[in-house]
Write a protein that binds this ligand. Structure first.
Ligand code: GDP
Length: 476
């Protein structure tokens, strides 16, 4: 088995190298090379079409990225209306701007990148937040960072639904016709997007947008499922992703490489608490109620889910003190808890400390941080959040909280189908407490389905309503 494990490791390493770009300095971004030694080999292999698409994307980005003549030409067009697409080799761009928490940001970024691959646009990221403290450069020999002297930088924050360049608003005001060709559009993709904004996902609207050199996108959703519901996109996506539910898994592995600072946090926790365990259970506890905090009914729900699904052993019944078998090493189960609140893991830890488990397994509970409140854009807070998402993705089995994008990213990275804790209602633990996910893909919390997609969704069996949220859709 040792040889097998070694071969598996090598095989996976080679695969990952196929997916990933080469030509980086190893020391500057350890996670790019080191991750495969902490992860079990992924059973999901990127298609050769995906690998070659990524290689050609890298070439496009190099040709069009910041500092190139093409980039300079394209930025000169900004602000001009009726830009003329002079030649076929002009570059086009899509700019990602961060919104909401880290999970939301990662989901929208991977969605933007999927869109960039579909439309041969170059993805650039707004770097005014702490993105460079979190992630390494993914594209070789160029940069994904939007230069700070980008002409629209000072306007990005003011882009919203009322902005005159908001595409949905332009449609609403009939400000779009076949003769106008704006140099840029702001695209607004949120859980409460208007019907006009959703027309972004219509074939005929994409035909218009195709001629707009710059798009700036703000979103808090994973909207890849809506991209699959554009017929011409679906044809292309099928070739890249013969396994439909691997979009986020492959693209997040390709794009996201934690910086050395974050990777240090991941590996220190991993080596100290997880590496010796026979099995690691991840438990992501997100409490959305206001006020948030520790609630007995949430604790009850966690115990009821983990015991019912046999993820954690029950406690030995009182009085049946087990005779300790000192000659045999008991099985060690590590439980990695992530939460803003430290009380849930404290309670679990005490439970398994005070009484033996009915199976004789040793249960060791560990929570890396308990920040109490969300503090997005504070460097170390965000770095800890990212480290914890990665740690969750390294577990063997995972329990997540309903509608949390934090958990979605972890499951997608890890290639895990989690058990999802339902949302508690009326201060009571729901029954059943949790449901097994159909696929590892994140849920697009709101189905952004425009009237133009009503037919496509009927003929697309692999886009389904989410397990825990009927208003959302996901790839399965
Ligand atoms: P969502 O709100 O659950 O969908 O996830 P987001 O990641 O978008 O926003 C929640 C933010 O709260 C995170 O980015 C963190 O800043 C913080 N947070 C929530 N849960 C945790 C946790 O378990 N650990 C840490 N370190 N931070 C958390």
């Amino acid at each position: 088995t040792n040889i097998n494990a070694h071969l598996n490791y090598l095989f996976f390493h080679v695969l990952l190298e196929e997916l990933l770009a080469t030509g980086f300095d190893e020391e500057s971004c350890m996670s790019r090379y080191h991750q495969s030694s902490l992860r079990k080999p992924s059973p999901y292999k990127p298609s050769t079409n995906l690998v070659s698409k990524l290689r050609s994307y890298e070439m496009l980005h190099k040709r069009c990225g910041p500092g190139t003549k093409a980039y300079e030409r394209a930025t000169k067009q900004l602000g001009k209306n009726n830009v003329i697409n002079s030649s076929g080799d002009d570059c086009q761009y899509v700019v990602w701007a961060p919104m909401f928490g880290l999970g939301n940001r990662i989901l929208s970024m991977v969605s933007v990148f999927t869109y960039a691959l579909m439309t041969d646009r170059v993805m650039l990221v707004d770097q005014r937040n702490d993105i460079t403290d979190l992630f390494c450069e993914p594209f070789p020999g160029t940069s994904w960072l939007l230069p700070s002297d980008f002409p629209l930088t000072n306007q990005i924050d003011s882009f919203n639904r009322t902005h005159s360049h908001c595409y949905g608003t332009m449609l609403k005001n009939h400000a779009v016709n076949s003769t106008t060709r704006p140099s840029y559009l702001y695209i607004d993709i949120f859980h409460d997007s208007r019907d006009h904004d959703k027309r972004f996902f219509c074939e005929e609207n994409q035909a218009f947008i195709k001629n707009v050199p710059w798009l700036v996108v703000k979103s808090n959703l994973y909207y890849a499922p809506s991209l699959w519901l554009i017929p011409s996109f679906q044809t292309k996506l099928m070739k890249l992703f013969p396994e439909r539910d691997t979009v986020f898994h492959h693209l997040s592995h390709y794009l996201l490489h934690p910086t050395n600072e974050v990777w240090g946090m991941v590996t220190r926790s991993y080596n100290a608490y997880l590496s010796r365990a026979d099995e690691v259970l991840g438990l992501q506890i997100r409490v959305f109620s206001t006020p948030s905090g520790y609630f007995q009914h949430v604790m009850d729900q966690i115990l009821s889910c983990t015991q019912r699904e046999k993820l954690l052993p029950e406690l030995a019944s009182n009085g049946s003190q087990q005779v300790m078998n000192i000659t045999k090493t008991p099985k060690l189960k590590a439980v990695l808890v992530t939460s803003l609140h430290p009380e849930y893991s404290d309670e679990l830890k005490n439970m398994f400390m005070e009484r033996p488990s009915s199976t004789g397994e040793i249960v060791e509970v560990y929570q890396p941080s308990g920040e109490r409140v969300q503090q997005t854009d504070k460097k170390v807070h965000d770095q800890k959040a990212l480290a914890e998402i990665y740690l969750l993705s390294l577990t063997d089995k995972l329990v997540t909280s309903t509608r949390s994008t934090f958990g979605y990213v972890a499951q997608g990275l890890g290639g895990l189908k989690p058990w999802i804790l339902y949302e508690p209602r009326h201060q009571k633990a729901p029954d059943p407490p949790c449901v097994r996910a159909m696929s590892m893909e994140p849920c697009s919390l709101k189905a952004l389905v425009s009237a133009c997609q009503a037919e496509t969704i009927k003929t697309t069996p692999f886009v389904k309503y989410c397990e825990d949220r009927i208003t959302g859709i996901k790839l399965v």
